[in-house]
Write a protein that binds this ligand. Sequence first.
Ligand code: RB5
Length: 148
Amino acid sequence: MKTIALGSDHAGYELKEYIKAHLTEKGYPVKDYGCYSTERADYPVYGEKAARGVAAGECDLGVLVCGTGCGISLSANRVKGIRCCNCSEPYTAEMSRRHNNSNMVAVGARVVGFDLALMIVDRFLEAEFEAGGRHEARVAMIEAIDRS
Ligand code: RB5
């Protein structure tokens, strides 16, 4: 079973806990990189922590939550090797795995309902990258883009 990194800011805390309970019930090992309450917390801190866990191989995939999903996905994408897409519906979450080899998904707790968030997360975790062809070549092109 894949190990899942979790991260959120205060706005995403309650949804992160909901996702954590769901994934634990399904048998996924989860590693929670914070935050740990609804007290104000800065999303770059937790986006980076969880992303480093995935990049280091402590976790296979990751799920991030902030108010919109924007700030925390932008933060995670600063970490080398992380491809995090902010998703509001399951189709994009699935295709981000299959075509973009995304290794983290972000959701906005102020955007999607809690049960839609679980559908997004499940579809993301169940999909596999279609390796070996044009999609792999394109992901390599993403990785090769100079950040300057
Ligand atoms: C926090 O108020 C909010 O700005 C944050 O959760 C997120 O939506 C930022 O992208």
